[in-house]
Each structure stands twice: as structure tokens, then as C-alpha cells.
Design a protein around this ligand. Structure first.
Ligand SMILES: [Zn+2]
Length: 288
């Protein structure tokens, strides 16, 4: 058994090594992009058919505008680094859904959904850019693929590898069913792990900077978020605590500012102090 395990790990190393853009972190990548995209598009279609789109034209336009800016930042980054092929299957869509939950998500492939419940916390375009940068960060880091790959390695071991190398996708489909959809409320994948959440924060800061939003604003946004519902963002056990998240973000802001200053010059405004939202809403099925 040990020998098989070793061979499996070696084969993973040979065939299934990926790395996250910008951070360069090595990650397990056993599932093809096309399979992840097919699964997530199915989930997205099912969700969006029944979701209630916001009738607030101004807010909807703001989500589309900020989403487009973040998507443009992604495309500019991948083009500048000669790695456009990594996002070749992406088709961006931006939706504002009438839902009181304080949340947002981006499916693999660039389908972005923002709930109206988070708008009192984002307050403006820059706050929204923090959220969308984070969500798009999950997508470009292929965190869903990584989760599925980790599940496959755990549950299927060598059989999964055999299926992948042999081109069969039954194992992928089964894991897809387990990781996506089932057990979730809105067709979003199961929560990411803590490392992925912090990585999405990091990527989000850089994407918002490239898009022309001041990354310093991420701190007051997360401070506002930490005030909601008594400051509990730990509804799911894998979520980073507010303090960990904010202190990591503070450490990463100088890196994001290098991008910002290189593109826009050194004119970023200082971060204003956080203002608690008036319209407090504690119904939070928290994804971040
Ligand atoms: Zn997240």
C-alpha cells in the first residue's frame, strides 16, 4: 500500500502540479478546467434561473461597473504575464440579486453574484471592489479545482489518478457532486479553507489596485464587516478571524500599492475611518 501511495504522490507531482497566479503557491490540480467549468456553469444556470434580480438600476449598474473593472484587471494581468490561456474559458457575468444575506460569490469561470444585503457594508464602489476582488481571487486561484482535487486525493486515491490518466471522468463527476451544490443553499461550492480565504484576500487587494481602487480601503471595509452581527464572521469554522484577516491585509497593502502606484501614480487617498452601516443585518450565511 505504501508503494502505491508513493507512486500516487509521484504521479501527482508529475502530472498535477499547478501554481496560483501572483502568489505562486503550489497547489494540487487533478481536475481539468473544462470539467470544473462545466460543473459550475450547470450550478450557476440552476441558481440564476430562480434568483431574484435586483430592480435597483443604480446599484445593479454599480455591480456591473466594478465587476467589469475587476475582470479587466484580471485580463490585463494575465495578458501582461503571458498566461491568458489560464483564463481562456472564462465568461464574465455580473449580477445583483435581491437577497438580505451579507454575501457575494464568484463561480469558477467568472460568474459573479452580489447580494443586496452586502451593499450597506460596501457603501461605495471601492468597498464593492474589495468584495469582488476577493471573489474573483478565488476564481483565478482555481480554489474550487483545488478543493475538488484534495477531495479526490483523499477519497479515491490511486483509483482517481487512474481515472484521470485514463481519461475517465466518473470520479470527477462524483466529487463534483460532493463539493458543489449538494448541501449548499444556493448552488455555491462548499466553503473554502482558511488558507484559500486569506489568499483570496491577498489576490483581491492586488486586483482592486490594478483596477484603480485604493487597496487601503480593504481595512475599513473589513472593520465594518466585523461589526456586523456582533463581529462574528466565524459562522463556518474555516473562516479566518477578523483580526487575522485584517492584520494579514495590512501586511499585503504595500505590495498592492506597488501595482497601484505603478499604474496610477502616487496619488491614492488615505483610508477614511470605518463607519458602521446603519442598516444592520445579521442574516449572514457567510462565504468569505
Ligand atoms: Zn472567500
Amino acid at each position: 500500500m505504501k508503494k502505491i501511495g508513493l507512486l500516487f504522490m509521484l504521479a501527482i507531482g508529475l502530472y498535477s502540479c499547478g501554481s496560483v497566479p501572483i502568489t505562486g503557491r503550489q497547489q494540487l490540480n487533478l481536475v481539468s478546467d473544462s470539467e470544473v467549468l462545466a460543473l459550475s456553469l450547470q450550478e450557476y444556470d440552476d441558481y440564476i434561473k430562480t434568483a431574484k434580480k435586483s430592480t435597483d438600476k443604480t446599484a445593479t449598474a454599480m455591480v456591473e461597473k466594478v465587476g467589469r473593472n475587476i475582470a479587466n484587471a484580471v485580463e490585463a494581468y494575465f495578458k501582461a504575464t503571458g498566461s491568458e490561456s489560464l483564463i481562456s474559458g472564462y465568461q464574465w457575468e455580473f449580477n445583483l440579486i435581491d437577497d438580505p444575506q451579507v454575501n457575494a460569490f464568484c463561480m469558477p469561470g467568472g460568474k459573479i453574484v452580489v447580494y443586496t444585503g452586502i451593499l450597506p457594508y460596501t457603501q461605495n464602489e471601492t468597498g464593492l471592489a474589495v468584495v469582488l476582488g476577493h471573489e474573483v481571487g478565488h476564481a483565478i486561484a482555481k480554489h474550487a479545482n483545488e478543493r475538488m482535487s484534495q477531495q479526490m486525493a483523499l477519497q479515491y486515491g490511486g483509483a482517481a489518478l487512474g481515472a484521470i490518466l485514463g481519461g475517465a471522468s466518473a470520479g470527477v463527476q462524483n466529487i463534483g457532486a460532493a463539493v458543489y451544490g449538494l448541501g449548499s443553499q444556493v448552488g455555491v461550492m462548499l466553503p473554502f479553507n482558511r488558507k484559500q480565504e486569506l489568499e483570496a484576500d491577498h489576490l483581491g487587494l492586488i486586483l482592486m489596485a490594478i483596477a484603480g481602487y485604493d487597496p487601503n480601503q480593504a481595512v475599513p471595509f473589513w472593520e465594518r464587516m466585523s461589526q456586523q452581527g456582533g463581529g462574528n464572521l466565524e459562522l463556518l469554522s474555516t473562516h479566518p478571524s477578523d483580526n487575522t484577516r485584517i492584520s494579514e491585509i495590512k501586511k499585503e497593502i504595500p505590495e498592492a500599492m506597488e501595482y497601484y502606484n505603478a499604474i496610477y501614480g502616487k496619488s491614492a487617498a488615505p483610508a477614511p475611518s470605518a463607519t458602521p452601516p446603519k442598516n444592520s443585518n445579521t442574516n449572514s450565511n457567510w462565504h468569505f
